[in-house]
Design a binder for this molecule. Structure first.
Ligand code: SAH
Length: 368
């Protein structure tokens, strides 16, 4: 990795833009900082793969997308094989998951129309190479309203902005981004936020208990943007039929603490040091997402750990079948299997949340 923090002196950098904005109007919300940083980051590059900044499950192995394709085909078939039907992916990256999933779906005789919700110009161009017939959307509002939707979002919610509140001796305040010794740094806002925190605590008893016992310095993170996306999906499923899978790293019980992190060239870096040049993510609060989905009218099937979920879908048998047809690949396949399902790898930290129209059948690998 070359170069350290971008400085306020390079006036084309996002750091300089933020510095000017902060000088003019005061500190920014973490959410504003994260949204602008990621918009710049994703728009200009393909961040995925060994030569990029990070690797995702579909880039590890074709087995991931294939099993998702099988899951979608299975639930659609048991729902009576309604036609037409739309395959929708939120943040499809290089289009790899869609390629593997759609190959399986087409082999089973399905022919869904393909819709991608994608903000990045660079990634849209790569997606178009593999999916020339896809339809692109800036957000969920323009997705078709005429038929059931089969929706997949892998590592999409973690890229959406979070807000943070911090407990101080004087009560809860917003955690903001300001300037400290010429660099962007977290600062504590002046405005009391206790009323907003109290409202959050009314949503769930578990969160209320955490808030009541929070020591000074505790951070309460939330993602209204993620909630809005999940709510929109849930309302579409309720109105049009269909099912959705949200796969991401995160937690299934409410908790305190900042999970904001920046990754560049496969290494964690200071989240405030190089906005627009590193991938900013936060853990997904799956407890909040499940509540939001149900409030939007969807059936929440459960939130499973990725490892057990992939095993329930038969990833072991799929790996063996691939190994039989390509014996030279056995070591690579076993490594991929371990990466996707191993407890110390992606198997436990990553979760799979299943949603469906209340009238649709249960989804494979979920309790309901
Ligand atoms: N799902 C892919 C890529 C994950 S990276 C994979 O698993 O490999 C996050 C993806 O979400 C990228 O495609 C990025 O461009 C997209 N994205 C991030 N924020 C977005 C936003 N606000 N609107 C639309 N797409 C967004």
């Amino acid at each position: 990795m070359t170069g350290g923090a971008t400085t306020a002196r390079d006036d084309r950098s996002l750091t300089a833009t933020f510095a000017r904005l902060i000088a003019a109007t005061g500190p920014l919300s973490i959410a504003h900082f994260m949204a602008e940083s990621n918009a710049r980051y994703y728009d200009s590059r393909d961040p995925l793969g060994l030569t990029g900044d990070f690797i995702t499950a579909p880039e590890v192995s074709q087995m991931f997308g294939e099993l998702i394709g099988l899951w979608l085909t299975d639930i659609w078939t048991r729902a009576g094989a309604p036609y037409p039907v739309h395959y929708v992916e939120l943040g499809p990256g290089r289009g790899t998951l869609a390629r593997d999933a759609l190959r399986v779906m087409r082999r089973q005789g399905m022919a869904p129309a393909v819709h991608f919700v994608e903000g990045s110009t660079a990634l849209r161009a790569i997606q178009r190479e593999h999916h020339p017939d896809a339809n692109w959307h800036d957000d969920l509002s323009t997705l078709p309203a005429d038929a059931p939707l089969l929706i997949v979002a892998n590592e999409f919610l973690d890229a959406l902005p979070v807000h943070q509140l911090v407990k101080t001796a004087a009560g809860w305040r917003e955690r903001l981004v300001g300037m400290h010794e010429g660099r962007l740094a977290p600062v504590v806002g002046a405005r009391p936020m206790d009323a907003a925190v109290a409202m959050g605590g009314t949503v769930s008893a578990a969160l209320a208990a955490l808030i009541a016992d929070a020591p000074d310095g505790a951070i309460l993170e939330s993602s209204p943007a993620s909630a809005a996306a999940v709510r929109a999906v849930a309302e579409r499923l309720a109105a049009q039929g269909g099912a959705a899978l949200f796969i991401d790293y995160g937690h299934t019980a409410p908790r305190l603490g900042s999970t904001l992190q920046a990754v560049r060239a496969h290494r964690k870096v200071d989240a405030f040091a190089m906005p627009g040049e590193a991938d900013l993510t936060a853990h997904v609060d799956f407890a909040a997402m499940a509540e939001t989905a149900e409030a939007g009218g969807a059936r929440w099937m459960g939130t499973a750990e990725q490892g057990p979920w992939l095993h329930a879908l038969g990833i072991g048998a799929r790996a063996q079948a691939l190994a039989r047809s390509a014996p030279a690949q056995v070591a690579t396949l076993n490594a991929a299997l371990d990466r996707l399902t191993g407890e110390s790898q992606m198997g436990a930290l990553f979760k799979v949340m299943g949603l469906a129209n209340p009238g649709w059948p249960a989804g494979a690998g979920f309790p309901r």
